[in-house]
Design a protein around this ligand. Structure first.
Ligand SMILES: [Zn+2]
Ligand SMILES: [Zn+2]
Length: 378
């Protein structure tokens, strides 16, 4: 035991969602403690992601009360038992990934962290970790569900499968976005799209994840990176992040413009980053023959999008869904790319707010006012 191990207080402040009507409120709750294979992290920052809005608004059912927040950076303050071989140490700066593989199910054994069964059944449906219990409770001891690690709090417990060291040279606040916005983009570009140098890309919706898709597509050698959005402000930001062209699909015909820009062919890969029927349609409409559409955005509950059957069949187009990435392999690589300046993570974070401003900032996100990513600085 180190003599200068940090003192962890018994209680902490957290953004708690008690009911859809009340929305997020700041409560004092018990500080969680790590169990086997887990670490306790003192949160330095937590990103506000669009997919949280589906839970806050009630479109995706989740047990309440709950603490959301699935994209965090912070410092390890306590190691649970069985973490000796994780390489993690108290005092180390880390990033936590939203997709927390259990590490022992058949999908995890096959290296498919993105398909981990217990992550879906226990965390995404029940708000617990893999022993079937949450680590969070109010001051009376009543359980509070965890959406991923419950990062919108001063402390959070994360399984070691989903934590990777962040060098001290990196920004401890902006690095919060690495565990969802950047990781999701990396999984889509590197894994699902399998992007090759010289291919052309369209990115439909350019928020936090879309901004990272633009940067990574450039880094992987895409020839054209065409950003499509309905906000000129977001499109200007996309150009600054390396998009080679932009299309405002509210005022221009996206298919016509993209085909003009690509010699009449369309793009090899179209990323869809919002999860709405209209953005699916746009992504499919700009795709070339034999192209691949990669949807990344989560829909608001059970939603369907229209796909033109004969065009998909005759033009041999594919649709390859992409959820997160292979956390254990890919989170360290995402951090390396950020350290190397290839993922300009500091440029993605356009707003830093306090925990007390979290509900208002999600409202701004819902209204489409957040360019890139807002993060709560603890
Ligand atoms: Zn997210
Ligand atoms: Zn698993």
């Amino acid at each position: 035991m180190s003599h200068n191990a940090p003192v962890v207080p018994d209680t902490m402040r957290a953004a708690v969602l008690s009911s859809i009507e009340k929305g997020l409120e700041i409560h004092t709750i018990r500080t969680p403690r790590p169990r086997a294979g887990e670490v306790l992290v003192k949160v330095s920052a937590c990103g506000l992601c669009h997919s949280d809005l589906h839970v806050i608004g009630g479109a995706i059912a989740f047990p309440l009360p709950a603490v959301l927040g699935h994209e965090v950076a912070g410092q390890v303050v306590e190691l649970g038992p069985g973490t000796e071989h994780s390489g993690l140490q108290v005092g180390q700066q880390v990033a936590g990934a939203f997709l927390m593989p259990c590490g022992s199910c058949p999908a995890c054994a096959a290296g498919r962290d993105d398909l981990c069964g217990p992550f879906f059944s226990m965390n995404r449906l029940n708000g617990t970790l893999y022993d079937g219990e949450t680590r969070l409770a109010d001051c009376e001891g009543n359980p509070i569900a965890m959406y991923s690690m419950g990062g919108l709090a001063e402390y959070c417990v994360i399984p070691v499968t989903s934590v990777a060291p962040v060098p001290d040279t990196m920004d401890p606040v902006a690095s919060a976005i690495l565990g969802c916005a950047a990781l999701t983009a990396y999984g889509a570009v590197r894994r699902s799209a399998d992007l090759r140098a010289g291919q052309s890309v369209a990115v439909v919706a350019t928020g936090g994840v879309g901004s990272n898709v633009i940067q990574l597509s450039k880094a992987f050698g895409a020839k054209d990176v065409i950003a499509i959005d309905i906000s000129d402000e977001k499109l200007d930001a996309a150009l600054a992040l390396g998009a080679t062209a932009v299309v405002n699909s509210a005022t221009e015909n996206a298919r016509e413009r993209v085909f003009e820009m690509t010699g009449g062919f369309g793009v090899d890969i179209a990323f869809e980053v919002l999860g709405r029927p209209q953005t699916w349609e746009t992504a499919l409409n700009v795709l070339r023959d034999g192209g691949r559409m990669v949807p990344i955005g989560l829909g608001a509950g059970v939603q369907t999008a229209g796909v033109e059957i004969n065009r998909t069949v005759r033009r041999s187009q594919s649709i390859v869904g992409s959820y997160g990435a292979l956390t254990r392999q890919d989170l360290p690589e995402v951090i390396r790319l950020a350290e190397a300046g290839i993922i300009r993570y500091e440029d993605i974070v356009t707003r830093q707010v306090s925990l007390d401003e979290v509900a208002d900032t999600y409202d701004a996100l819902r209204r489409g006012e957040i360019q890139g990513r807002a993060v709560v600085k603890m």
